[in-house]
Design a protein around this ligand. Structure first.
Ligand SMILES: [Zn+2]
Length: 477
């Protein structure tokens, strides 16, 4: 893992800001418009997710003998401008489709709708579409599948986010120069009877690549992670080799950089998935990997004097993650979470494949996977017995089953709850929350992103930055 030198980053930022100020003063009236624009969206990433990742980084540095582990900060938290956005959609607590629509197109909508008003049928124009109309190049990067809600709001429109095939066609028709991530989900449609999306993409000039080492001559590229499964990039905690989200950003910079300028959206999709499952160890690793991707944009900004803008935010918070517990905290976040041997999904598969085993064997396996602090408590025992049951019988065998385990394996959830509270991390829901999420920004016009405002204000402010900082469309909310 890349070791982050917080001081070095801060020093280089100060140098950059000074240079930017001098440059602006020297060439007054010119070069105030953002030309190279990065929008990073950590799906499900609120303050606690960032906070837990920093506590983890500090522990890691301490374990490596660093004398000042407290200085371990995420790159995004070091960006000079910080703000907050409100995240509610027209349906209340938002999903990623409505939140993405607000960020991408500056309009509130109902949950499930992709960049449109599902009642009137009005389609909303995204920043990416505007950038393309202005002649800029456009890239979309995600650790999820390319037709998932967050990437889709930047190129497509749909009444329902599950219209994956139709969104795939819209992706191809967008003509954006760069797509990267887990590839298409169900490329031949759900019934597997439609024309292959990869074939259609190729016929319209896209090079579909799975190896970043071989740059294709094509102007348009769809980069698919070689180890993607069901459209998702592998969990960072499970991954052994293969390009990272940061690598996909670097590759995108190579593809898009030029005189025209570019807009690139980068989504860290699996922070959300980890938090839905209450898997703090995976959430922290995904957040750090997402932050490394932000770091690549910062490197780009440092080596390019031209006007670059970096904006980092989340679409909503997931899980109601909190650093604190009613129980006595007995271990550090780093010591506890670094022990975990893989993502929750690996342990879920193990539990499913070992039905009928003795509880002592199951708990011993959990000790090896989550940590030696897993002991037989009434909660663990109850969950183990439920996991051994037929999926259909489970729900009637325990009161409040859904509130306790949602759709996950009960034994896995109980082990993670035990491990998490052991180091002072707790959760309040398996869903999204209505919490504000932080915004961080650096570069030209970054000061527009300070303060507290609606999530639609992200779109307004980026458009304003593209116009050289003029008043935002809707009065600078
Ligand atoms: Zn979610």
């Amino acid at each position: 893992m890349r070791k982050i030198s917080a001081k070095k980053i801060m020093r280089s930022f100060l140098a950059f800001l000074l240079a930017a100020a001098l440059f602006a003063g020297h060439a007054e009236g010119t070069a105030k418009s953002a030309k190279y624009i990065f929008l990073f969206i950590g799906d499900g990433m609120g303050t606690a997710q960032r906070n837990a990742a920093e506590v983890y980084l500090a522990g890691m540095r301490e374990a490596q003998g660093d004398v000042a582990p407290r200085e371990a900060q995420l790159t995004m938290n070091l960006l000079p401008v910080q703000g907050f956005i409100r995240t509610d959609s027209l349906s209340g607590v938002t999903d990623s489709a409505a939140a993405g629509t607000a960020l991408a197109a500056g309009r509130k909508t109902q949950n499930g709708a992709v960049a449109m008003n599902p009642k009137s049928g009005e389609n909303f124009v995204s920043i990416a579409q505007t950038a393309r109309r202005m002649g800029m190049k456009t890239g979309i990067v995600t650790s999820s599948f390319l037709q998932d809600a967050t990437p889709a709001v930047f190129y497509g429109h749909a009444k329902k986010r599950t219209e994956h095939y139709a969104l795939g066609i819209q992706l191809i028709d967008s003509g954006y120069e760069y797509f990267a991530g887990g590839g298409f989900r169900n490329p031949k449609g759900r019934d597997k009877k439609s024309a292959d999306l990869y074939g259609i993409a190729a016929s319209k000039g896209y090079a579909v690549i799975r190896d970043l080492g071989k740059p294709p001559a094509a102007e348009k590229v769809i980069a698919v992670h070689p180890k993607a499964s069901n459209g998702y990039m592998p969990w960072v905690i499970d991954e052994r080799g293969g390009p990272s989200l940061a690598d996909l950003v670097d590759y995108g910079i190579e593809r898009l950089d030029g005189h025209d300028g570019f807009f690139m959206m980068v989504e860290g999709a699996k922070i959300d998935l980890a938090c839905h499952a209450h898997d703090a160890a995976s959430a922290v690793r995904e957040t750090i990997a997402f932050d490394e991707a932000v770091g690549r944009a910062v490197k780009f900004m440092e080596r390019r004097p031209e006007p670059t803008l970096i904006v980092v935010t989340g679409d909503h918070e997931t899980g109601g993650m909190t650093l604190g517990s009613l129980e006595e905290m007995k271990n550090t976040v780093y010591d506890t979470l670094s022990f975990q041997q893989g993502s929750y999904s690996v342990f879920e598969r193990r539990t499913a494949s070992q039905k009928g085993e003795k509880m002592t064997d199951g708990v011993n396996a959990a000790k090896k996977f989550f940590g030696p602090w897993i002991i037989v408590t009434p909660d663990i025992e109850k969950a183990f017995k439920l996991s051994a049951m037929d999926t259909k019988k489970r729900k009637t065998a325990a009161a409040n089953y859904d509130k306790l385990y949602s759709a996950y394996d009960p034994f896995t959830i109980a082990c993670m709850a035990s491990s998490n509270s052991y180091c002072g991390i707790t959760w309040t829901t398996f869903s999204h929350t209505g919490k504000h999420v932080p915004v961080s920004a650096a570069g030209i016009q970054a000061e527009l992103f300070a303060g507290e405002y609606e999530n639609t204000g992200i779109c307004d402010r980026i458009l304003s930055a593209m116009d050289g900082g003029e008043e935002t469309k809707r009065g600078g909310r």
